[in-house]
Design a protein around this ligand. Structure first.
Ligand SMILES: O=C(O)CCC(=O)C(=O)O
Length: 266
């Protein structure tokens, strides 16, 4: 038994594990300020699902990079995934994004349940930080317990996590999950504004009118050093490049040096 035995067991059995208060209120404040400043003044984000999103966020938003070599986060990643955990070049920051139930792995790894030669076992994870409390609302993260172990969707006990700012959630990217689901009005607006940012302004007014707090989050992808992770990483980089409207990706030098400093390969 070690400090993370229970978390590894939960990750394997339930597909997720939670670390309450892993980062401090000061860290949350720094993340909130950096993300808000970026989304209010940055030019590279895209309008997506009623909100704003930035792919490859670690390269684009310098103020959030401290997460990469944050001692508590590094300890959790190494303790749960392994000392040889890899950064998979995947990071996203979101503001007020809506979405529906999905498995993140869909479209990134051809068959995440197959037994690969060499007995490689799947191990592609996300670590997620919600930058506000979700204790009294259902707009944070909901999931189907154990659904990472099944190809079919929609199976497993429904859990609404109700995280607090500062909690970290580590989950298997095969897990069925959802953030804030759009209601009928929001669905109509999303459909109407699909090809543009037309719906953004109206949806933000709608949030204010209904007293729904802003929602921000930061996600990073890490995995075991194997072919599943390589496949995920390559497809994720391609998706990020498409969203960022660039043809190629090179790891940001500060991102690389932070990872080098704590011995995480990429
Ligand atoms: O919007 C959220 O809170 C969840 C985001 C999500 O599901 C994702 O990035 O895959």
């Amino acid at each position: 038994m070690d400090k993370f035995s229970k978390n590894r067991e939960e990750l394997q059995t339930n597909g997720y594990t939670l670390f309450p208060g892993l980062i401090s209120p000061e860290d949350i404040q720094k993340l909130r300020e950096s993300c808000l400043d970026y989304f209010n003044n940055g030019h590279n984000f895209i309008y997506y699902m009623g909100g704003k999103t930035q792919s490859d966020a670690m390269s684009r938003i310098p103020g959030i990079r401290f997460l990469l070599n944050h001692p508590n986060i590094v300890e959790v990643l190494k303790g749960c995934i392994g000392d040889d955990v890899r950064f998979l070049h995947h990071s996203d920051a979101h503001l007020n994004m809506l979405n529906g139930w999905h498995k993140d792995i869909t479209g990134y790894v051809q068959d995440p349940w197959e037994n690969r030669s060499g007995n490689e076992s799947f191990g592609v994870y996300k670590i997620a930080f919600y930058l506000q409390d979700h204790i009294d609302n259902n707009n944070g993260f909901s999931l189907r317990k154990g659904s990472h172990a099944r190809r079919a969707s929609g199976i497993g006990e429904l859990i609404d996590l109700h995280t607090k700012a500062g909690d970290a959630l580590l989950f298997d990217q095969r897990l069925d999950h959802v953030g804030q689901e759009p209601n009928l009005f929001e669905r109509i607006m999303l459909r109407w504004g699909k090809a543009s940012d037309n719906s953004y302004g109206i949806l933000q007014k709608w949030r204010k009118f209904n007293n729904v707090k802003d929602k921000m989050s930061v996600f990073m992808g890490f995995g075991k050093p194997n072919a599943f992770s390589d496949e995920f990483s390559a497809n994720c980089i391609a998706r990020q490049n498409r969203q960022n409207n660039v043809n190629s990706y090179t790891i940001n030098s500060e991102v690389a040096s932070k990872l080098d400093s704590i011995g995480i390969k990429y």
